[in-house]
Write a protein that binds this ligand. Sequence first.
Ligand code: ITT
Length: 199
Amino acid sequence: MKKLLIATNNKGKVKELQELLKDTGIELITPADINLNLDVEEDGKTYTENATKKAIAFARASGFISLADDSGLEVNALEGAPGLHSARYHPKAGANDADRRAYMLENLKDKPRPWTAHFHATIAISVSEEEIYVVDGNCYGEIIPEERGNSGFGYDPIFFFPELKKTMAEMDMEEKNRLSHRAIGVMNALPILKQIFGL
Ligand code: ITT
């Protein structure tokens, strides 16, 4: 059976992608499964460039078909920031997810609410250096000034769905995996994966 490498070093993404792809009949492997330690410099100007670069680099290093995700949170009151730079959105090196959430709230505190925002995910699948597929997904909500919930990762505790009255961190994985940008991206990738893996 052909294998698919989940080409990310982000443990939160690994868990979600494993769950999203678990009933496809595709055998999933992670970088940890094959002792692959690869840090790809994300110097692209678009999500597509970064996702493609990561998928190709992991495919090249492992020999496996690879699926990468480049994602970010775009906040309208911050002119779309942090966007592509969401993983590095903090002036200090060594900052963690909680520091980045606090930094975002600090930057938003004088701006009028609601702080509307959306998550974006671009998924790239590299079969070879020439055969690359790219799809994406978005999900819409708003940033709230206090953290709620303990699930998920990254900006989930401050990303709120007004119609559901909960943050992404107040959802279990099953619910997040029905609504998230990544879930929609994977849904859009499924026909491509089916074709690649002959399912
Ligand atoms: P890889 O490049 O190894 O996949 P990364 O964390 O560096 O891991 P990105 O460059 O795509 O990945 O950065 C995306 C950042 O956007 C991520 O670190 C979070 O801060 C944020 N983010 C993306 N998806 C998210 C989600 O579902 N929930 C909360 N925050 C998310």
